[in-house]
Design a protein around this ligand. Structure first.
Ligand code: ZN
Length: 133
């Protein structure tokens, strides 16, 4: 099964973008039915997670409290000035796996897959790899 590259355009330094429909489109277009899908973000300042899609305040609260936990300006040695972005990426994770059943992502009612930008705005990549099983 081929590796697929999804492009995500981000608009803010910190942002969560729902990419569930793009992932479902990839499954449908390729006729993938049952297996495991890996979603991998090949960046050091962006991540991927699964969380609530119903109330937009959840995204706000996650980003707000990540920023409180890891401030933009703190005792960092990294000269690029984006250590907060690197730390957030490590905490949230660059990769998730999702069960695919009968062509659908097995997600809870209120769950979506979110691309997490921590050093935008930028053009970003997300790799998708389906493993039949
Ligand atoms: Zn850096």
């Amino acid at each position: 099964m081929a590796l697929y590259r999804l492009t995500v355009k981000t608009n803010s330094r910190n942002e969560m973008i729902d990419i569930t429909s793009e992932i479902e489109k990839y499954l449908k277009e390729n006729g993938f039915k049952d297996g495991i899908l890996t979603v991998f973000v090949p960046h050091t300042t962006a991540a991927v997670t699964i969380n609530e899609n119903a109330d937009p305040s959840v995204k706000r609260d996650i980003l707000f409290h990540l920023a409180k936990l890891i401030p933009l300006n703190a005792d960092f040695k990294h000269l690029e000035g984006n250590s907060d972005s690197h730390i957030k990426t490590t905490l949230v994770s660059p990769s998730i796996s999702i069960i695919v059943e009968n062509g659908n992502l097995v997600l809870g009612t209120w769950q979506s897959v979110f691309f997490c930008e921590f050093d935008g705005p930028r053009m970003r990549k997300v790799y998708l790899k389906f493993i039949k099983g």
